[in-house]
Ligand binder design. Structure first.
Ligand code: TYD
Length: 241
């Protein structure tokens, strides 16, 4: 008694025939922002209140995408050109959208994705200096123009993110090719993310991820719930048991 349980009502939130029926939520941010952990916890909470949820990631998320991921992150591929890199990220994304994300959305599943197209704009565009307009066109082709309903940016200063990342790698998490960039690169990536968020405030929510993980998760949870409700997904509060 006295606490609130939520019962998810998943019918009646598709407005028009032929439109996607699920919700597509992406998590963005630099290395060490805690994206993967936060996304996992949100997935657990959503399924805990009765939603169908899948959690996937980029690059990867499909058998073909995982092979591409391996090429992208391998240390020995130091001579990869920025153009090859963007096309590989895009190839992995094209596969993921068609094989996993669209079919899941079509059956009403909430899809959480750890990185998506905005990573390309932030890393390859703002970070490496490739033409952002061109990247948007490549990305529109790769994704069949599928855009997230909500994008959560876990924002931390690069110094904090990289320190966390180093700690994790000492504890056994692999340190990959893309972890070896200069601090300036990560500063540009962060500025890029913040610019993207400012350009499209209806889709983005920026969360300060420098604090304790539990409070970051709680803040993201409120944002996710608000977004689902705004899309018409009813979370009916039921008090007591
Ligand atoms: P990963 O180990 O998954 O890092 P993280 O835990 O930070 O997500 O490696 C993914 C790396 O790929 C990360 O450095 C960001 C980079 N990346 C791009 O540069 N462009 C992209 O489009 C994507 C999806 C990732």
């Amino acid at each position: 008694m006295g606490h609130t349980r939520y019962h998810a009502v998943t019918i009646g939130w598709t407005q028009e025939e032929g439109r996607q029926v699920g919700a597509f939520i992406t998590f963005e941010g630099p290395e060490g922002a805690g994206k993967s952990t936060v996304a996992r916890r949100i997935a657990t909470r959503l399924s805990g209140i009765g939603h169908r949820v899948i959690l996937t990631r980029e690059p990867g998320g499909t058998p073909i995408g995982d092979q591409i991921r391996h090429i992208l992150l391998a240390h020995h591929n130091v001579d990869m050109t920025p153009e090859a890199e963007i096309l590989l990220f895009s190839a992995s994304r094209a596969q993921l959208v068609r094989q996993v994300i669209r079919p899941a959305l079509a059956e009403g599943t909430i899809v959480l994705c750890d990185r998506y197209a905005d990573s390309t704009l932030a890393y390859q565009g703002y970070g490496r200096g490739l033409d952002v307009h061109l990247l948007r066109r490549i990305t529109a082709f790769a994704t069949d123009d599928l855009r997230p309903d909500l994008t959560v940016l876990l924002d931390v200063p690069p110094e904090v993110g990289l320190a966390r990342r180093r700690q994790a790698s000492q504890a056994g998490k692999e340190w990959n090719r893309l972890d070896s960039e200069e601090l300036d690169f990560y500063r540009r990536v962060r500025a890029g993310y913040l610019a993207l968020a400012q350009e499209e405030p209806a889709r983005w929510r920026v969360v300060d991820a420098a604090g304790p993980l539990d409070s970051v998760v709680d803040e993201v949870w409120q944002l996710v719930r608000a977004s689902l409700q705004a899309q018409g997904l009813k979370l009916a509060g039921v008090t007591g048991r």
